[in-house]
Write a protein that binds this ligand. Structure first.
Ligand code: TRP
Length: 338
C-alpha cells in the first residue's frame, strides 16, 4: 500500500439520491477512511458532471444537499478534507479548456461511457451519423472535465469504483501530453480501488441496488430499519439446523458491521446449528443500528439546516480554489498567457 502520509487523496461524487448500505460499505466508508489517513484530501460534488443527466434545477439542488449531508453525517471531517461543489471552482473550467487543446479526439472515442452509448445506438439499429444519437458533448468530453477536477488541486491518489479506472488513466495521458509540450507542470495521479468488499447482497440475496428495489437505505429511523432487516429473504431451515454462513445474506451483511468476535459467534452458530434466522436478523439490526443511528440523526439535522451545508461547502471551495488557481497560473504561464 502506498504511503498515505504523503498523498493528496481526491475524489468526486455525483449528486444522486441518498445512499444505501451497499454504497456506504463499498464506496463511502473506504473513501472517508482513506481521506482521514492521507496527508490531505479533497472531496467534491461533481454537479457539472451530473448536468449531463439531471435536467431539473430542483433535482440538482436537492441531490447536492442529500449527498453533502450523507458524507458529512457518515463522518467526513470537513475541517481536514476540502469538501466543495465542483461548480464553485471556476478554475476547473478554464483548465478544461486548456486540456481540451492537448487531448486527442481519438482518446475520447475510446472512453467506455461513450462507447457504451454508441453500442446502444447500434443495437437499436442506428447507423452512420445516427450512431451519435442522444450523445451530447458533455458525455463525450466527460474525461477531460474529470482530468481537470483531479489535476487542478493536484490530487495524487484517486479512490474510484472499477468503472472509473479508465478515466484516471486518461487523466494521466492528458497530463502527460501537457507536460510533454509545456514542461513538468501537472502532477500525474494514481487510482485506488478498494478491493476487499465484494458485492453486497440486498434483501433478496441479489446484488443490492436501488433499481432492484432490494436495498437498505443508510439513513432511516430505527423502527423502519428493523422492519426492513426482518424482511431479508431466507430459506425455511429451523433454528437448530446447521446452515452455511457463506450462502447467507444476513451473515454477509453482518460481516460489514460486526466486530470480529461477533462475526465468529454468528458464524459458528450457523455452522453448528442453534442460530435461527430471526435471532440473526436481530443481531444484524443491532450492529447496523450501532453504526448508523447517530449518522441518521445528523443527516436529518443537516438537511433541516441547509445553510450550514452551504457554509461548509463554501469553506471547502475556498481551499480548493487556492490550489486550483495556483495550478492554473502555472499552466497559463507555461502556454504563454499572462
Ligand atoms: N466520474 C465519477 C463518477 O461517475 C465522478 C467524478 C467526477 C470523479 N470527477 C471526478 C471521481 C474526479 C474521481 C475524481 O463516479
Amino acid at each position: 500500500m502506498t504511503d498515505l502520509g504523503k498523498q493528496r487523496v481526491l475524489t468526486g461524487v455525483k449528486p444522486t439520491e441518498a445512499p444505501h448500505i451497499g454504497n456506504y460499505i463499498g464506496a463511502i466508508r473506504p473513501a472517508i477512511e482513506l481521506a482521514a489517513q492521507a496527508e490531505d484530501s479533497y472531496l467534491f460534488i461533481a454537479d457539472y458532471h451530473a448536468l449531463n443527466i439531471i435536467r431539473n434545477a430542483e433535482e440538482l439542488k436537492e441531490y447536492t444537499y442529500l449527498i453533502a449531508a450523507s458524507w458529512l453525517a457518515l463522518g467526513l471531517d470537513a475541517e481536514k478534507t476540502a469538501f466543495y461543489r465542483q461548480s464553485d471552482i471556476p478554475e476547473i473550467f478554464e483548465i478544461t479548456t486548456i486540456l481540451s487543446a492537448v487531448t486527442p479526439k481519438g482518446l475520447m472515442n475510446r472512453a467506455h461511457a461513450y462507447k457504451a452509448a454508441i453500442d446502444k445506438n447500434k443495437e437499436a439499429g442506428r447507423k452512420g451519423a445516427d450512431l451519435d444519437y442522444g450523445i451530447n458533448m458533455g458525455l463525450y468530453t466527460y474525461p477531460i472535465l474529470m482530468a481537470a477536477d483531479i489535476l487542478a488541486p493536484r490530487g495524487t491518489l484517486v479512490p474510484v469504483g472499477r468503472d472509473q479506472i479508465q478515466h484516471v488513466e486518461m487523466t494521466r495521458d492528458i497530463a502527460g501530453s501537457f507536460n510533454h509540450l509545456f514542461g513538468d507542470i501537472l502532477t500525474l495521479p494514481d487510482f485506488y480501488v478498494q478491493e476487499s468488499t465484494g458485492l453486497l447482497p440486498g434483501l433478496d440475496g441479489q446484488k443490492m441496488s436501488k433499481s432492484y428495489g432490494n436495498h437498505i437505505p443508510v439513513f432511516m429511523d430505527s423502527k423502519k430499519r428493523r422492519k426492513l432487516i426482518m424482511k431479508i429473504v431466507t430459506d425455511s431451515k429451523l433454528p437448530e439446523e446447521p446452515k452455511n454462513p457463506d450462502e447467507n445474506t444476513i451473515y454477509q451483511l453482518y460481516c460489514h458491521f460486526a466486530t470480529e468476535t461477533e462475526r465468529a459467534e454468528m458464524r459458528s452458530g450457523f455452522e453448528k446449528g442453534g442460530m435461527g434466522y430471526g435471532d440473526a436478523k436481530q443481531l444484524l439490526f443491532e450492529a447496523v443500528e450501532r453504526d448508523l443511528e447517530e449518522p441518521s440523526k445528523i443527516y436529518n439535522d443537516l438537511l433541516a439546516d441547509k445553510k450550514r451545508i452551504d457554509t461548509l461547502l463554501e469553506k471547502g471551495a475556498e481551499k480548493a480554489r487556492e490550489t486550483a488557481a495556483a495550478t492554473l497560473k502555472d499552466m497559463r504561464h507555461a502556454i504563454g498567457l499572462r
